[in-house]
Design a protein around this ligand. Structure first.
Ligand SMILES: CC(C)(COP(=O)(O)OP(=O)(O)OC[C@H]1O[C@@H](n2cnc3c(N)ncnc32)[C@H](O)[C@@H]1OP(=O)(O)O)[C@@H](O)C(=O)NCCC(=O)NCCS
Length: 184
């Protein structure tokens, strides 16, 4: 891991808050005129990265995007607003939460359409992982998200371990099958 000389020991959630608004055009939509899920995931990744950059102040990579809930479809011509902020920092990784709203331009009515959690890892120019500042939650909501981020990390780790075990078991079975004598 490389040094953190330019970073403070901690930052507030407010200092990472980021926002992006997009007008949904035909190229963003499927044949029903609704926003493509993949396009929305791209917007989510970008908005989350803004908060992660503001927290880490170094290069970052997306390590995981999980828990995306697509609650309502977004329609052609809607204005989509995404808001992100850091939930919690660990050693070199950070969890960012993103919330998405779609506004009907004719009625002005805005609906919550999606939410997601992403994990970014901080790296330096040569790809070495970098320690990130800790997060200081200041409000009740920030504290709740901070605590929940720890639980989600535990779930991700448990799921990662479960997948690794399953891969090892499959590889062992494949290896055993490959060494079995072939009948003629
Ligand atoms: C993400 C990446 C840097 C992790 O590297 P690694 O050598 O596997 O790292 P480690 O297993 O030692 O874990 C390093 C940190 O990343 C976290 N991490 C790694 N994989 C993760 C995952 N799938 N989900 C959440 N966190 C993850 C670890 O919890 C750890 O966090 P901590 O330092 O805060 O405790 C590496 O897998 C990578 O470069 N992936 C490709 C990233 C990419 O191309 N993204 C898309 C374009 S930006």
């Amino acid at each position: 891991m490389s040094s953190t000389a330019t970073n403070p020991a901690s930052r507030t959630v407010a200092s990472t808050q980021s926002e992006m608004t997009e007008l949904i055009l035909p190229n963003d939509t499927n044949t029903l005129g609704n926003l493509l899920g993949g396009r929305l995931m791209h917007f989510i990744d970008l908005t989350a990265a803004m908060a992660a950059y503001r927290h880490a102040r170094t290069y970052i990579v997306t390590a995981a995007m999980d828990h995306i809930d697509f609650i309502e479809p977004v329609h052609l011509g809607d204005l989509v607003t995404l808001k992100s902020s850091i939930n919690r920092a660990f050693t070199t990784s950070m969890e960012v939460g993103v919330k998405v709203w779609a506004e009907n331009t004719q009625t002005g009515i805005s609906k919550h359409v999606a939410s997601a959690y992403l994990v970014f890892v901080a790296i330096d120019k040569s790809g070495l992982r970098v320690r990130v500042p800790q997060v200081v939650p200041e409000t009740a909501d920030e504290l709740r998200r901070y605590d929940d981020a720890q639980l989600r990390r535990q779930h991700r780790e448990a799921e990662g371990a479960r997948r690794k075990k399953a891969q090892l078991e499959t590889a062992a079975l494949d290896g055993a099958a490959a060494t079995e004598p072939q009948s003629t």
